[in-house]
Design a protein around this ligand. Structure first.
Ligand code: GRF
Length: 195
């Protein structure tokens, strides 16, 4: 059974989708939800799902090295086979990510390589895109880069706001990320395209 650690900083809707998918004959189970944000609502949602949680408050450390050392202690204790970033809002250093090379995934709310970085929906709307979506990729040293493992496309509709588009993309995230995680846990790294 593969052990999955999930890192988050906020609401945790992707964590819930991932955790709820890991049942029955799924070859993986969530073993830890780790947050840098003590107030992250995702922590309470993880506890409600019976998943172990840890907090490493980035504000409690004088520098990134100290924060990441504490993160590594918490992560190693969980002995994860895979680490899923799910709305984790701290940039991790290359040495930290190298520890989990090939075993750390992230979901980004755009069709990479378009719209790396933040405010992806506002930028897609401003550019008049006809479609948007999300990408699950392996985490490498470069931000929002790394081999693509899955992409989910959604239409942009006239009258869309950032909120309506974000909601449509999030629905696709909750389909894409669990599907990609399962394939990776089964040893399949073939790129998945949805719908
Ligand atoms: C999602 O939009 C995801 O694409 C991005 O951060 C957001 C996390 O949302 N990485 P949630 O905390 O999973 O609800």
């Amino acid at each position: 059974m593969k052990r999955v650690a999930i890192l988050l900083s906020g609401a945790g809707s992707n964590m819930v989708a991932l955790a709820e998918s890991m049942t029955g004959d799924h070859p993986a189970r969530p073993v830890l939800v780790l947050s840098n944000e003590p107030a992250a609502p995702g922590l309470e949602r993880a506890r409600a799902l019976g998943i172990a949680t840890r907090v490493v408050d980035h504000r409690a450390h004088v520098d990134r090295a100290g924060f990441e050392a504490a993160m590594m202690v918490a992560l190693r204790a969980a002995r994860p086979d895979l680490v899923a970033l799910a709305g984790f809002m701290r940039v991790l250093s290359p040495p930290f990510m190298a520890t989990f090379s090939g075993r750390m995934l992230n979901i980004h709310p755009s069709l990479l390589p378009k719209y790396r970085g933040l405010d992806t929906h506002a930028r897609a709307l401003a550019a008049g895109e006809s479609e948007a979506g999300c990408t699950v990729h392996e985490v490498t040293a470069a931000l929002d880069d790394g081999p693509t493992l899955g992409q989910g496309r959604v239409p942009v509709r006239s009258g869309d706001t950032v909120e309506t588009l974000a909601a449509r993309v999030r629905e696709m995230e909750h389909r894409l990320y669990p599907a990609v995680l399962r394939r990776v846990a089964e040893g399949n790294r073939e790129v998945l395209f949805l719908p």
